[in-house]
Design a protein around this ligand. Structure first.
Ligand code: SAM
Length: 476
């Protein structure tokens, strides 16, 4: 590497595998982004919502700039087909023995590098000293205690410990000097186990507890559930097992939003939706039901050559959007990229937009599912009205819409009543907070608005609504 003063410095590059959780359904989008931005091929895990890709350590900071990934970790070891024993006792014993045999060195190097990158960014919360993730969905963890972020000497002690991997014997870890043992005690960790599959004889909690106990003994780290420096991940999906170390302490999907609403969409999912419609320079992009503005805000930050209009009929939603935009503007003030975000906010009713016919290139929105927002019954009127108004403002022949909804039946019926103004190009099935939802990519056909047969005023039959509500109950 050539430094600014032209000195050549040899850098030891390590190749490691990075794992990333991504919004379920948008795995391919994430692999495309990795290929574009990091220049490597990512593979999609059998366990939906995860991808893996190799990097050299000089690319680590770029990995944190990916927009489609929620959480990142470095892989310690992957087993495609781990033979779990039939009995719980034997399996747990094996997991305990595994802790001292794993190749920890490179992963811990990357964790250490990651800490120094975070320090450089001035981000000193978490990594060490983070709170338990509030939205941890499937995890169980090991143990407890408190304190501040690990000092450098503690990190060094961790490295010292990792060298013991070549002598896979817990004895090796207890032979360190008293000094490094004392420093090592300062490292706090927890093990988080996420597990899917019904053929396991053990629970996630038991796996985390026993594996964690062995990790603690091997490294002489201190277990702490809430303020940990290192989070060791034990991901088990049927017979697939991946052991990793977390590189993010808070999901990257929270990056843009400071003022949350009842149905704020993950920025990572917004990014996936935006990529589906491939924004071009000077495109006018509308989110007519913007809520907290998560979609247009992500667009205005990432696809900056387009212009975004965010609207909602709810005052509180509009205020939240304005506050979220202001928050980002403040964060950017003083930086070189401090130009204003290409976004405006309006209060409007989507069914009667103050926008000229055929003037919008892309409409991208997250429609009320009729659960936490609106109601299934109201959707039967809302969906056809809004699809029709969207068809009016969208450019015939070239315009597109990317619409997220969980109310699929109502949506399908509404589309079928649009007289061919919209054509469905593609559907991505996604998981939104545990709900099975769909993202539809629609193309505005060349039909002139106002000349299509208007069937949308027709009210749904009672039976339609009832069967839809029954379907929802089965889903949830
Ligand atoms: C699912 S939420 C959108 C959430 C948003 N994507 C976010 O991240 O916060 C749907 C939004 O549609 C708005 N809405 C419902 N009916 C509307 C209408 N007729 N015109 C404009 N907005 C409407 C609601 O106020 C709500 O904010």
């Amino acid at each position: 590497m050539l430094t600014r003063d032209n000195r050549i410095v040899l850098v030891n590059l390590i190749v490691v595998t990075i794992g990333a959780t991504v919004p379920t359904g948008f795995e391919h989008t994430a692999t495309e982004e990795v290929n574009e931005k990091i220049g490597v091929d990512a593979r999609i895990s059998k366990d939906r919502g995860r991808i893996y890709f190799p990097i050299t350590t000089d690319k680590l900071s770029q990995v944190h700039l990916l927009r489609s990934v929620d959480n990142l970790f470095v892989v310690v070891k992957e087993y495609d087909s781990y033979q779990f024993k039939d009995s719980k006792e034997e399996t747990l014993m094996e997991l305990q023995q595994l802790a001292s045999k794993l190749p920890w060195t490179n992963a811990l190097e990357v964790w250490k590098l990651n800490c120094s990158l975070k320090k450089k960014k001035g981000n000193r919360k978490g990594g060490g000293g983070t709170k338990l993730k509030p939205n941890s969905e499937t995890s169980d963890a090991v143990v407890a205690d408190t304190e501040e972020q690990a000092p450098p000497e503690a990190v060094a002690a961790a490295e010292g410990r990792t060298n013991a991997e070549n002598t896979p014997d817990t004895e090796a870890c207890t032979q360190d000097s008293e000094e490094s043992a004392a420093a090592a005690k300062l490292i706090k960790f927890r093990v988080t186990c996420s597990r899917a599959g019904d053929k396991h004889s053990f629970s996630s909690n038991e796996a985390a507890r026993d594996f964690g106990g062995a990790v603690q003994e091997f490294f002489q780290w201190k277990a702490d559930m809430t303020k940990f420096d290192i989070e060791v991940l034990l991901n088990i999906h049927n017979e697939e097992m991946v052991i990793g170390i977390a590189l993010t302490e808070e999901s990257l999907h929270r990056r843009n939003i400071s003022h949350f609403g009842p149905t704020t969409l993950r920025s990572t999912l917004c990014y996936g939706m935006l990529r589906l419609c491939k924004p071009q320079a000077s495109d006018i992009i509308l989110d007519p039901m913007c809520g907290t503005g998560a979609i247009p805000l992500e667009g205005a930050i990432e696809f900056t050559d387009s212009f975004y209009i965010a609207g909602d009929n709810n005052d509180m939603a509009v205020n939240r959007t304005v506050n979220n935009i202001c928050h980002i503007q403040k964060r950017r003030a003083g930086k070189s990229s401090a130009s204003g975000l290409p976004i405006d906010t309006v209060r409007w009713d989507l069914c009667n937009l103050p926008i000229r016919t055929s003037s919008v290139d892309i409409i991208i929105t997250d429609m009320p599912f009729g659960k936490r927002m609106g109601s299934k019954k109201r959707n039967w009127d809302l969906y056809p009205s809004c699809l029709r108004e969207m068809a009016r403002v969208c450019r015939p022949g070239s315009g597109k819409a990317v619409l997220l909804t969980q109310d699929k039946k109502c949506f399908a019926k509404a589309i079928s009543r649009m007289g061919g103004l919209w054509r469905k190009l593609h559907t991505v099935w996604v998981n939104v907070g545990g709900l099975h939802a769909a993202v539809y990519l629609l193309k505005r056909t060349g039909l002139v608005f106002g000349q299509a047969p208007e069937e949308f005023h027709e009210s749904p039959g009672k039976a339609d609504i009832q069967s839809e509500e029954k379907g929802d109950a089965e889903l949830s």
